[in-house]
Design a protein around this ligand. Structure first.
Ligand code: ZN
Length: 484
């Protein structure tokens, strides 16, 4: 009987997987937000392609919302940010998986990982290289009252990392199932195609990944339909306080979402436009049709998602706000288009985004910042960090290429990835010259578009443009350079 069922199932399961030329996994989601309960119900159809050389019996998906549940192993934010993150006291969120189907058949799944952070799905049939399988996952998400990427606050409702997303598979390593950590962005995902419908209360405006295909607005409920290709994730933000201003640069729609009564909307929009223009010219063209820059209740400075960035509404000075806008927009190039393992090699996207921010200010003198001054202040900041840590601990670990959970504190993480990243790329530019440095960035963008760059890959690109670049990068990354 089982064998008979399997024989029938195999053609059914694989026939629906029309192979598109790039073999991208596709997520189709139907989402509905309940603003009273702060819950989201989701039906997710994943057509997963096995682009590896190996056969899979199981597939794995991250369940990031479970990091927000009561009793989770790792804290959501570092202790120093707790009060700001939870203005109304402790609050919890989670994700429940209601069912997983393959075709019409319910299939076995388990919630596993180090801390209920992984959905493991046992496939009905082995999945061989270049084959795909379609799964239907029903889930329900509970949002916490937290000023974070995933959570609701006083001003916005943020849906980052909210749905089951396939774990990256690496040849000879396996599926990357790293547990959430409060340091940095503990994420790592492949580019995919998205087709997402979101229903929400009509009192809200929405910012989202992708292109809006259709919006059906009724008195109480709005349903929007988005499509996006070649993106690493899907994020959306709701608010009844948004005031949206729109511009355009190089054919790309730029949407800035401020709040009603904000007096700086046009100023913020022009910073967004200047940043996209600068990076288009300096690195290579942003390949999507829109970018939304969204003010939101977010405990840190900002956060990047494909086609969407969050900027914290806690930032008071316009110059700091502009800085965060530029940094987060730079991530569209470094993280978004050129991907990397943000969990194990955070210095790649953070270092490149932060250094690209300095280059933005060098090219846009009207913002009143000076490149040399910024390098000097990064140097001073890093030196101070080393001095303080040496005093406290007797020694300091200045190595950059560590998993984010291997940095003892948040300052250690930020100094070793952002600040030291800036100093490292400045040293590389000193060595190979401004022109070749930009050529190397352009080459990296072209060669790794929609792919994953590793530390070795990054070093090899810069070495091509200037002998010795690899050695410089290595010595920084290994923590051997003495900052003076
Ligand atoms: Zn960043």
């Amino acid at each position: 009987m089982i064998a008979f069922v399997m024989l029938l199932l195999v053609p059914l399961l694989f026939i629906s997987c029309d192979k598109d030329e790039k073999n991208l996994t596709t997520y189709k989601m139907n989402l509905e937000y309940n603003d009273v309960e702060h819950t989201l119900t989701g039906k997710e159809n994943v057509v997963y392609y096995n682009n590896s050389q190996n056969m899979f019996e199981k597939l794995y998906f991250h369940l990031y919302p479970n990091a927000f549940r009561e009793g989770a192993k790792n804290k959501i934010v570092s202790q120093s940010h707790e009060n700001e993150a939870f203005p109304n006291g402790n609050s919890y969120g989670n994700i429940e998986i209601d069912s997983v189907l393959c075709g019409n058949e319910k299939i076995n799944y388990t919630i596993e990982g180090e801390d209920c952070n992984i959905l493991a799905v046992k496939l009905v049939e082995e999945l061989y290289p270049n084959e795909c399988v379609a799964l239907d996952i029903e889930f329900k998400v509970q949002l916490a009252n937290i000023n974070h990427r995933f959570g609701y606050g006083e001003n916005t409702i943020n849906f980052g990392n909210f749905y089951p997303i396939a774990c990256m598979y690496e040849e000879n390593v396996g599926f990357a199932k790293s547990l959430y950590h409060s340091n940095g962005d503990p994420f790592y995902s492949d580019v995919a195609n998205y087709d997402v419908q979101i229903a929400f209360d009509s009192k809200f405006e929405i910012a989202s990944t992708g292109e809006l295909i259709l919006s059906e607005k009724e008195e109480n409920s709005t349903k929007n339909h988005y499509k996006s290709s070649n993106v690493r994730d899907f994020c959306f933000i709701l608010s009844s306080k948004f005031n949206v201003v729109q511009g355009e640069v190089d054919g790309i729609a730029i949407n800035y979402y401020g709040y009603k009564d904000d007096g700086n909307l046009s100023q913020c929009l022009s910073t967004c436009i200047d940043a996209v223009k600068t990076f288009n010219d300096m690195i290579g063209k942003y390949p999507y049709s829109q970018l939304s820059i969204v003010k939101s209740n977010f405990v840190y400075g900002g956060m990047e998602y494909p086609n969407v960035v969050l900027i914290s509404d806690k930032i008071e000075s316009q110059s700091e706000y502009n800085y965060v806008i530029v940094h987060e927009i730079a991530h569209q190039w470094w993280y978004g288009v050129v991907g990397n393992d943000e969990y194990n090699h955070a210095w790649i996207d953070e270092g490149l985004a932060e250094y690209s921010t300095l280059l933005f200010y060098e090219k846009n003198e009207n913002y009143g910042e000076n490149y040399e001054n910024m390098i000097n202040s990064a140097t001073q900041s890093y030196k101070l960090f080393e001095e303080v840590y040496k005093k406290i601990n007797g020694s300091v670990d200045g190595s950059m290429d560590r998993a984010i959970n291997k940095f003892a504190t948040e300052p250690e993480y930020t100094q070793c990835t952002y600040t030291k990243g800036v100093l490292m790329f400045d040293s590389v530019r000193e060595l190979i010259g401004k022109n070749k440095f930009e050529k190397a960035m352009q080459k990296m963008y072209k060669e790794y578009k929609y792919k994953i760059i590793t530390p070795e890959g990054l070093m090899a690109v810069f070495e091509k443009y200037g002998s010795g670049a690899e050695k410089v990068i290595k010595s920084y990354v290994e923590g051997k350079v003495i900052i003076i």
